[in-house]
Design a protein around this ligand. Structure first.
Ligand SMILES: [Zn+2]
Length: 131
């Protein structure tokens, strides 16, 4: 009975996505900073929570999808950067990471090989580096 009511209530509503998760984490960080250092930030944190709730229960799906697409334009590259840093950290003992001096392509080579000659896979330029 209550389950069907809940189902009917949630039908056609947007639900949650990565932007909502981002808003909740942002709210958590802001309320932590706010409680320790600058209290008006707590209002901004509550604003982020309320916005996340509003998005979850919204029936205006096209508007929420537009917001999400806008968010992903910034978050996509940022998330990729965080993934790369995590990968670099986990492989820091076995690989050296460096960029191609010509096209800035991210490259890696096994550590402990001394001075090596590298051919960039993207632009085919050849340069030397130490691993
Ligand atoms: Zn290159």
């Amino acid at each position: 009975m209550w389950y069907q009511k809940l189902q009917r209530f949630l039908y056609g509503r947007y639900g949650t996505d990565q932007l909502n998760l981002f808003l909740l984490v942002l709210g958590l960080v802001l309320s932590l900073i706010g409680s320790l250092w600058f209290w008006p930030l707590v209002f901004v944190a509550n604003g982020a929570y309320i916005y996340a709730l509003f998005r979850t229960f919204s029936r205006n799906l096209p508007a929420r999808q537009r917001e999400y697409a806008f968010f992903l334009r910034f978050w996509g590259p940022a998330a990729g950067w965080f993934r790369l840093q995590k990968l670099k950290w986990s492989q820091r003992k076995s690989y050296k990471y460096f960029k191609c001096p010509h096209c800035r392509q991210q490259l890696r080579a096994p550590r402990g090989r001394g001075k090596i000659q590298v051919t960039c896979q993207k632009c085919r330029s050849v340069f030397q580096t130490k691993t």
